[in-house]
Design a protein around this ligand. Structure first.
Ligand code: SIN
Length: 398
């Protein structure tokens, strides 16, 4: 599934861009006529006519290989809207995510060659709502393999925005390197007017190649903003400004190919965690049960019956559990199934022994982790221990 492409120079980019984009164009032309956004258009416009041979016989000699003065950044593509195509340039919803290959993403931004030597690999090609535990592990293992190469400066992962924050936080917990890892997506498909993917990608590569980004954990960057993986969340269904770090704020901004940082993430990450995924093929099943008024225990019971090894309860307010649900939750905890109380409120801490008797019932609080991120930490924590106190310490540490 992996494809590699070193970008030696603009000429080679344009030639390869044509070869790789032609099948995409051919398949498009069989369906609806399509407008190609300006970011991709130059690659097509300047490319030679297609030939039946995969490699043109008179390929010009590639101009310079790589620049020793530039950082080496590896782009791991996983799909999403940043690789999406719509029927027209105004199709900003109802498009198809995860259509363009990594080579096209790179060749659509020739400016990348000014800031880094880029290598691209197609790790997955999915819409991010279809991300799985196996997919997370696959990305994490590849990130660790790539960053272990001394010549690599940093990694960029292109990803759908819907679960981008989850993959970013997972990588923040399991990456065994201080080198920068930037997870990037876009809110508009590559074919849209004012597509945000190309500049987001350029910014992400700039961060990944920057010495100032070393040792700060995994980043999420869209819309010229840089956020810490632990803190950021998608907050709006369609807005370009969707990624927000709520009370915590951004780590910085990226402008004109350079990141500007204003603070460090404090919670431990990457090389300072005990989580090791290299030998894992799956993770313990953890499900999220949502809290709401008139709560019924049906969903909680279903998760337990389905074999959940831990439950994250996305409670109301300060993680409160209704009297209708409480007996089931306490019974599961007493049977040794770790229960993490988080909040659906979107910001703030869930306070231990505040709304619930956590010590008495053996519950764990998520601190200020969102339910979806608490699930990832609990899954990883369960690879080490199921002791509630030890797990609680992890939620105060990572
Ligand atoms: C996805 O998450 O794959 C689709 C939505 C997006 O990338 O914005």
């Amino acid at each position: 599934m992996r494809k590699k492409l070193f970008i030696p120079g603009l000429l080679a980019v344009l030639t390869l861009g044509c070869l790789l984009i032609m099948p995409v164009m051919a398949s498009r032309s069989q369906s609806a006529p399509q407008t190609i956004a300006p970011a991709i258009a130059p690659v097509i416009a300047q490319s030679p006519a297609p030939t039946s041979s995969p490699v043109p016989s008179a390929t010009p000699s590639p101009v310079p290989t790589t620049s020793a003065s530039l950082p080496n950044v590896v782009l791991l593509a996983t799909g999403g809207t940043i690789a999406g195509t719509g029927a027209t340039s105004t199709t900003t919803v109802g498009y198809q995510a995860a259509k363009l290959p990594v080579e096209t993403l790179i060749s659509a931004v020739p400016e990348l060659k000014n800031i880094a030597n880029i290598t691209g690999e197609q790790v997955l090609q999915i819409a991010s709502e279809n991300m799985t535990v196996e997919g997370l592990l696959q990305i994490a293992k590849r990130v660790n393999e790539v960053l272990a190469q001394p010549e690599v400066s940093g990694v960029v992962i292109t990803h759908g925005t819907d679960t981008l924050e989850e993959t970013a936080y997972f990588l923040n917990l399991v990456t065994k390197s201080e080198k920068p890892v930037v997870v990037v997506g876009s809110m508009r498909p590559a074919t849209a007017l004012s597509a945000d993917g190309p500049l987001n990608l350029y910014n992400a590569v700039a961060i990944a190649g920057s010495p100032e980004a070393v040792g700060k954990g995994v980043f999420v960057s869209l819309n010229d903003q840089i956020s810490a993986a632990r803190e950021v969340t998608k907050s709006n269904t369609t807005s370009l400004n969707t990624f927000q770090a709520n009370d915590m704020g951004y780590l910085g901004y990226v402008e004109l190919g350079k990141p500007y940082f204003y603070r460090m993430p404090i919670r431990k990450h990457t090389v300072a965690t005990p989580f090791e995924v290299s030998a894992l093929t799956t993770l313990p099943q953890v499900d999220i049960v949502y809290g709401y008024g008139s709560n019924r225990p049906a969903m909680f019971r279903a998760a337990i019956a389905d074999g959940a090894k831990g439950i994250v309860y996305a409670g109301v307010g300060n993680g409160s559990i209704s009297v209708q649900l409480e007996p089931d939750v306490i019974a599961a905890s007493k049977k040794g199934i770790p229960i993490v109380r988080s909040s659906r409120a979107g910001a703030g801490r869930v306070v231990r022994n505040g709304e619930e008797k956590d010590d008495e019932n053996g519950f764990i609080v998520a601190d200020n982790l969102s339910p979806q991120k608490a699930r990832l930490l609990l899954m990883l924590g369960l690879t080490i221990t199921s002791d509630p106190q030890a797990l609680q310490e992890m939620f105060y540490t990572y």
